[in-house]
Design a protein around this ligand. Structure first.
Ligand code: PMT
Length: 405
């Protein structure tokens, strides 16, 4: 059973009626083996007494930033370093705004700023407050910096309204937290090769052919695969992204470079995932000097030749063939065109995305995909690429290595 054994969780409780549920949350976290310390804001203390959390957590509750006695026992920087994860539940609209703005005006916000631990929030507020563009912008800002939002749920609210804004139930928060910080090791012992980002084909010393891929989707998948226990080789085209923790990165530029690196990595891989947007054509000749406007006719400057299809070459292997997953970047008839690629390239699975959709595709932080294989189709609704990647790795692992479940 997935567990939080040995995890040190700093639980921030902010002002909201859902604060009473956080008392149960402490118990549920402890049931999974976590050690919990609680920080309460002034608003939270209007709803629940610190003594409740002290009794449940077995630790003193932290409330004030400038309390000499508390600082002498465990200073706020020490507390920030102690945490393996900061979980804020309930997370009010106010705390989300202050964290998005980088404020350090109470103990909880200061701890969040001073800690390098992952930040997970379970929002809880009135539905109109949640829907407000300011709150939505704050949620996006926090997510773009790596915070994870669990919920909110929708339904009837304490104030009588109906809509999104209810805090998730404690058990759902625990499951979401485990998925975020201690995911199931569904790829333990597996070797995974992943292509990501664009390729780039030089025309001359100053120009190239390429596309808008940022690498975010492929890098998120590499990070999720590593978290799931895989030994990951990430073959990255030219992108400006940090290498995910625990991932072995091979940087390439051209399609031929990517092809060679992919073939090398695939020799030793159980799973190959092609998330790269590969440039299909390259110039027949790369000019040694900058091509001058005056050198050619108006219409006949470039002659292109076809590049190898990397994922098709790996899927077409008769030996040392890993389980092969492709992506399909489509702008119309998304599932139909993706199914064509699945068959033509002899893939085991294809993940189709509509790259004309402003909610996803190239360079966006979010994506919406359809997973297609011989079993049928499954739509994964719009989500952050980081969250989608975790879902995809779970689904791919279940299909590629069913006996390992
Ligand atoms: O990088 P981001 O900004 O996060 O954007 C993500 C993404 C849109 C690039 C990604 O989600 C995606 O769709 N990647 C595949 C893009 C693509 O080139 O699709 P395609 O339909 O042209 O190619 C189909 C499959 O063949 C892909 O797996 C591709 O990697 C592979 N291919 C294509 C051509 C080629 N010469 N070699 C290949 O391996």
């Amino acid at each position: 059973m997935p567990s939080l054994a040995d995890k040190r969780i700093l639980l921030g409780v902010t002002g909201g009626i859902a604060a009473y549920k956080s008392a149960d949350l402490v118990r549920r976290l402890q049931d999974r083996g976590a050690t919990v310390r609680v920080v309460m804001t002034a608003g939270a203390r209007e709803f629940v007494k610190p003594l409740t959390f002290q009794a449940l957590s077995g630790n003193p509750v932290h409330t004030d930033l400038l309390d000499p006695a508390a600082e002498a026992a465990m200073g706020h920087i020490e507390l920030a370093k102690w945490a393996d994860v900061i979980l804020i539940a309930p997370a009010s609209a106010s705390v989300m705004a202050r964290l998005a703005a980088g404020m350090a005006d109470d103990l909880l916000s200061t701890l969040c700023l001073a800690s390098e631990a992952p930040l997970v929030l379970a929002p809880a507020m009135n539905q109109a407050m949640w829907r407000h563009p300011a709150t939505q912008a704050n949620a996006q800002t926090l997510q773009s910096r790596g915070a994870t939002l669990l919920g909110p749920d929708a339904g009837s609210q304490a104030c009588g309204d109906v809509g999104p804004g209810r805090m998730l139930e404690p058990l759902d928060i625990v499951d979401g937290l485990i998925n975020t910080i201690a995911p199931e090791q569904v790829l333990k012992g597996k070797k995974v090769a992943i292509t990501a980002g664009p390729t780039r084909e030089a025309l001359d010393p100053v120009r190239y052919l390429s596309n808008h891929s940022s690498g975010k989707m492929g890098f998120a998948i590499a990070a999720a695969a590593a978290r799931a226990g895989a030994e990951v080789t990430l073959i990255a085209g030219p992108v400006r992204l940090e290498t995910p923790a625990g991932v072995n990165r091979v940087d390439v530029v051209s399609t031929e470079d990517m092809h060679k690196a992919a073939e090398d990595a695939a020799d030793d891989s159980d799973l190959f995932i092609a998330a790269a947007a590969v440039v299909d054509f390259r110039p027949a000749v790369v000019a040694n000097q900058k091509i001058k406007k005056e050198d050619g006719s108006d219409s006949d400057v470039l002659q292109l030749v076809k590049n190898p299809d990397i994922v098709a070459a790996i899927a077409g292997r008769t030996s040392k063939r890993p389980f092969v997953v492709g992506f399909a970047a489509e702008t119309e008839k998304v599932a139909e065109h993706a199914r064509g690629k699945l068959a033509r390239k002899n893939l085991d699975m294809i993940i189709a995305n509509d790259v004309s959709n402003p909610e996803g595709g190239f360079n966006s932080d979010r994506n919406q995909v359809i997973l297609i294989d011989d079993n049928g189709e499954q739509l994964l609704p719009a989500a952050l690429k980081t969250e989608l990647a975790t879902q995809l790795i779970g689904l791919i692992a279940a299909r590629a290595f069913p006996s390992a479940e």
